[in-house]
Design a protein around this ligand. Structure first.
Ligand code: V55
Ligand code: FE
Length: 495
């Protein structure tokens, strides 16, 4: 029955995994620090059934959530599908019912109007729940200990919006989960919302705004006072959806914008600062405020950086222009002109998947990390998308401008890292970086721990899986105390 497309999106390095299960006491090379108590969660797209269209986008796969639980020097692995409404409907039917990425026109009649989300983009524990997130749909709740799915939530009716972010920020001072939603009035619309959820799970702030053009509003930054957005020249239209072409196209004639609004307002103060000729941004490292200035630090390319969202006019991308360099984009709220003040390169090693010590979200900070492309190094693995290019881990000391990298060797590629503080009150950057290193020759993944401020010495230990996980998107570390609190509150609920 299962005939998956025989093309680079589903074969070789991108072959599907679809494995749910548990492996206790994973094999370890080196020593896992005994004091490390918590879990690393991450997610990858992994279509449950052969897609309706052979050219289906990587971003359309059902979310498969992995949990690596660390305690007493031992690591246990657990992996489950995020059982979205889509997953359940298709599971019952035994086949795909939903069509192309972000295109409801391609769905079967039987599922028209159902939530199309795949929960495949990010996972993070907040208010005792695991939030499994996709930017086109509400927040899916899972149990952070068992990975059982509870279902979509509207936060007791207080967050009645059709789409939730996949790139929240946790305010280190309030513990609030800061997020947004876009395309809220239906496909291709400009309506957006900003919201905050307190540590108990209550909605405490809500604001609305509009983007200058419909776009993929993928990530953002917070500062103490502001929410800071980046709008790239990605957009779409009904003709594109009717013809079932890739949902997003890139039009470099459109401006790039930075949007700044107060976090404590209703959104009516939102200001959009234009940058022409446009550049392209996506993921955010951090945002900071300095007097009347607001900085957004993010990898920036000169043109679209996602090859499966093509140029609107059909011309091929210039590969050199697609490379992303860590940059600081600055706007000045005191200026009367709605233009970006400056874009300055702050990192030399090209890369993506920016991370920080999350205790410094929105604050002046010195340390950032990305997985990076060292084009000078050889690669032994098979050709194809995501193959062998993200081969290094780079630490950027933004205070000194120094950078240090570690190359993972010719057989492997990195997935997104996350930072783990050594202790709750450790200095900024004092701790570990955790990242999957996928070996494309042996087809095993190692979860590696690095000394965050000295990545050059390579992993201090490798936690070895007997399989290779599929290329994923995002994930986060959660301390053990939060997982235990989640267990206790669940026991109370069911007592
Ligand atoms: C991104 C990823 C998505 C998506 C939209 O990295 C944008 C960008 C995994 O899904 O739906
Ligand atoms: Fe992302």
């Amino acid at each position: 029955m299962a005939h998956f497309p025989q093309n680079p999106g589903f074969t070789s390095v991108l072959r599907l995994i679809r494995l749910q299960g548990d492996i206790g006491d994973l094999e370890i090379e080196g020593e896992v620090p005994a004091a490390l108590d918590g879990a690393f969660f991450r997610v990858h797209p992994d279509p449950q059934f052969a897609p309706k269209f052979a050219d289906d986008q990587f971003f359309n796969g059902d979310g498969m959530v992995s949990q690596f639980r660390f305690k007493n020097g031992r690591v246990d692995f657990k992996q489950r599908y995020a059982q979205t409404d889509k997953w359940k409907l298709e599971n019952a039917a035994g086949k795909a019912l939903f069509g192309a990425y972000r295109n409801p026109l391609t769905d079967e009649e039987s599922v028209k109007g159902q939530i199309r989300g795949t929960a495949n983009t990010n996972v993070l524990v907040h208010a005792g729940k695991l939030f499994a997130m996709k930017e086109d749909s509400p927040c899916l709740i899972m149990d952070p200990n068992t990975l059982e799915t509870q279902g979509y939530t509207d936060f007791d009716g207080d967050l009645n919006i059709s789409a939730f972010t996949a790139h929240p920020k946790i305010d280190p001072d309030t513990g609030n989960f800061c997020g947004f939603g876009y395309s809220l009035a239906g496909p291709l619309t400009r309506e957006c919302a900003y919201f905050e959820i307190d540590p108990e799970g209550k909605i405490v702030r809500k604001a609305s705004f509009e983007v200058p053009h419909y776009t993929m509003l993928h990530d953002f930054g917070i500062t103490q006072d502001y929410a800071v957005f980046n709008v790239s020249p990605y957009s779409s239209d009904w003709e594109t959806l009717e013809q079932n072409r890739p949902h997003f196209w890139y039009d470099r004639e459109l401006p790039f914008y930075i949007g700044v609004m107060r976090r404590d307002g209703d959104g009516s103060d939102m200001r959009w600062f234009r940058q022409e000729p446009s550049v392209c941004g996506c993921h955010v490292m951090n945002a900071t405020q300095e007097g009347t200035k607001v900085h957004l630090d993010l990898p920036v390319s000169q043109t679209g950086s996602l090859p499966f969202f093509p140029n609107r006019d059909g011309t091929p991308y210039d590969v050199k222009e697609m490379v992303t360099f860590l940059s600081r984009v600055t706007v000045d709220l005191a200026s009367n002109e709605d233009v970006v003040q400056s874009i300055t390169r702050i990192g030399q090693a090209p890369g993506e998947f920016p991370r920080i010590d999350d205790r410094y979200a929105g604050k002046a900070y010195s340390h950032g990390w990305q997985i990076t492309y060292d084009f000078s190094k050889p690669y032994n693995g098979p050709a194809g998308p995501f193959a062998g290019v993200i081969n290094s881990l780079t630490h950027y000391n933004l205070a000194t401008g120094q950078e240090e990298s570690w190359w993972c060797g010719p057989d492997s590629a990195f997935q997104e890292p996350a930072f783990i503080p050594r202790s709750a009150d450790a200095a900024e950057g004092d701790g570990w970086l955790i990242a999957l290193v996928d070996n494309h020759i042996t087809n095993y993944s190692d979860l590696c721990l690095f000394d965050a401020l000295d990545v050059t010495k390579g992993p201090i230990c490798r936690i070895k899986l007997p399989i290779r996980l599929r290329q994923g998107l995002h994930g986060n570390w959660v301390p053990g105390a939060k997982l235990e609190a989640a267990t206790r509150s669940k026991e109370l609920e069911t007592a």
